[in-house]
Design a protein around this ligand. Sequence first.
Ligand code: PMP
Length: 432
Amino acid sequence: RSAELLARQERYESNARSYPRHLPVALAEGSGSFVSDVDGNVFIDFLSGAGVLSLGHNHPALVRAVTEQLGRLTHGLDFPTPVKDAFTEAQLSMLPAPLRDRMKVHFCGPTGANAVEAAIKLCKTATGRGEIVSFQGGFHGSTHAAMAVSGLLAQKRPVAHGMPGVHFFPYSSCGRCPVGLTPDGCAVNCVTLLERSLRDPNGGIPLPAAVLMEVVQGEGGVIPAHGEFVRRVRKLTAELGIPLIVDEVQTGCGRTGSWFAFEQYGIEPDVIVASKALSGIGAPVALILYDRRLDTWAPGAHIGTFRGNQLAFAAGVEAVRIIREEDVLGNVRARGEQIRRRLAEAAGCHWVREVRGRGLLWGVELADPDTGAPAARLAAEVQAQALRRGLIVELGGRQDAVVRLLPPLNVTEEVVDTACSILDESIAAAVA
Ligand code: PMP
């Protein structure tokens, strides 16, 4: 039945199949960390709807909240409503104390890309400047401007003509250092090109409207930036009056073990972009949080019909309550450590180039042991072997050679243990 539905999708949907190309299943039902297909096969789901289902599939409290809201009000544009107010309050309450009072919220169209667009427009309006600085290997979405600021090139190449002014700089990708050094003695040399370019009034680049970064690149292959890199980018942008946008679409809402990943770097950004896991249940919602001083745009400067999803707000309020009351972030850190320990065994395999992660966002980079070239075919085979053994994982990074794990944040020790065993076996089977 999966094959039949996949064939029908192929016939009718112009959208190039992305996930089902490698994961050929038609989904039927989900519960917690598990999802079943229409043929009754049950999988451990370490894709979590691309990081959306932070409390797993169909968390009962979230289902209840959505169901109750469903009979009350579903769509509210940008009118104030009690549930929107509670959601906004909940989001602000999760910010670190100094930012809580300084930041405003802007609800965007319901995707991460739309919120990235809003962040760019806000910074352009506030600074009166036009260009954006972004980083190699980053991903910010599929709309035109969000794609323009994305350093991952595959999607972008066919439509790259006429993109707005974006300057890409090396990211602190320590496993494949952009300047060929090792983290112990590098003095974060990768950031000096950006520093010199922005400080040089003649040979450099125009002062940009914003610097945009993921502090842990997600789609780029799970690459946590070097701490000093992030702090130097923050210091530089603060000195030069350039707003710093952090894209927490993937890393936000607890994924890396703190509510936002930037908190672990000891910085305070000017704009935060969030979406994916805000509702915890897949009801779409996206927003930016931004420093009040940037609030120079006119009402209506960034609008969109779907900014008032009351179902998402209702679920999001519950998600924050559960994450707080059940110390879900503690679980993210503990399960993250468990994955780190377990994947250390996988790292013994000579095709595993590097294992990287934070909290419950992990990547296993596969590369040819002789040439160091990304082992994309092997990664696809690991994914297929894992699926056969009952585990759904994602691919990412350059040429999709990184096996990515994004379990639900409330995943249990037992499920993590089983999933890691499956992954070990899958790597061994794929290499054999
Ligand atoms: N930014 C980051 C960091 C992302 O990972 C993604 C999606 N993977 C986006 C933006 C785009 O979000 P969306 O697909 O909802 O537009």
